[in-house]
Write a protein that binds this ligand. Structure first.
Ligand SMILES: Nc1ncnc2c1ncn2[C@@H]1O[C@H](COP(=O)(O)OP(=O)(O)O)[C@@H](O)[C@H]1O
Ligand SMILES: [Mg+2]
Length: 250
């Protein structure tokens, strides 16, 4: 049973979101509800506005107009810190890891635990990081490895581990497997499905319709900033979604 059937408010509600960048309208009239334990895929061509939408939810961009509602409460999501305080985590398309830092420091960036002397509790960060990467089966040399020495897949693993560690309500994934190989992609997909078990809402952006159909409960299509439609994954097919993305009949 998920939140759709329990009467809980959606974890995320976007109402009439618009975003202008100068004269360019990147998003208009966008509304969506996302429930706990639900995976919604956001699809659309390059420039459709997908990443902009993610950044609006995570407080990077303020919407020009419209409302963001978290568990029934309207929120002015004015910073990334605020989004995190609401239990929202994100894996950006352009990875936001600190290159010069170790894996364990990245895991806790901005949220480092301190011991009773007020010093960084490195032991705890390292232990927690090791447990987490083991649980998620992310293969990294060690928690002490520096991010710049890791492969693309390993970095993505760290970014995803960090998001799943801190998220309590909602995770946004912006093309999380675009740069990954087959095995790494399968691993990420397993992790995404496990978030559903933890009753976390997931918004995933992907160009792979195969992946979208494997993972999502619903699919939301954006074209040039306009919301073309939302479909239940079980009630649509790739032909319909491609037609919605491109605006061409199939
Ligand atoms: N910070 C920004 N300043 C100005 N224009 C932007 C900015 N970010 C995105 N855009 C524009 O908004 C539109 C949507 O971009 P984006 O959200 O990145 O699309 P997508 O992720 O779907 O490929 C594009 O036309 C892009 O050039
Ligand atoms: Mg994008």
């Amino acid at each position: 049973m998920n939140a759709t059937t329990t009467g809980m408010p959606p974890v995320l509600q976007l109402r009439d979101i618009r975003k202008n960048f100068g004269g360019l309208t990147a998003i208009e009239n966008f509304s969506l509800e996302l429930y706990a334990g639900e995976i919604v895929a956001l699809v659309g061509d390059n420039g459709a506005g997908k990443s902009t939408l993610v950044k609006i939810v995570t407080g990077v961009h303020a919407p020009t107009s419209g409302t963001i509602i978290i568990e029934g409460q309207a929120v002015a999501m004015s910073s990334a810190t605020m989004a995190r305080a609401h239990g929202i985590e994100v894996v950006y398309q352009d990875l936001a890891l600190a290159d010069q830092q170790t894996v364990y420091m990245n895991m806790f960036l901005g949220r480092e635990p301190v011991n009773r002397f007020g010093l960084l509790d490195r032991r705890r960060m390292i232990d927690d990081t090791e447990k987490l990467v083991k649980d998620l089966d992310v293969r990294i040399p060690s928690a002490h490895a520096t991010i710049r020495d890791l492969s693309g897949g390993q970095r993505q693993g760290v970014a995803i581990a960090r998001a799943t560690h801190w998220a309590s309500k909602l995770i946004l994934l912006d093309e999380p497997t675009a740069a990954l190989g087959v095995a790494e992609t399968a691993k990420v997909e397993t992790i995404v499905l496990s978030l559903k078990q933890r009753n976390i809402g997931v918004l995933i952006i992907s160009h792979s319709l195969d992946q979208v159909f494997r993972l999502s409960d619903r699919i939301c299509v954006l074209r040039r900033g306009k919301q073309i439609g939302v479909r239940k994954t079980s009630e649509t097919d790739k032909n319909e979604i491609v037609a919605m993305i491109t605006g061409l009949q199939h």
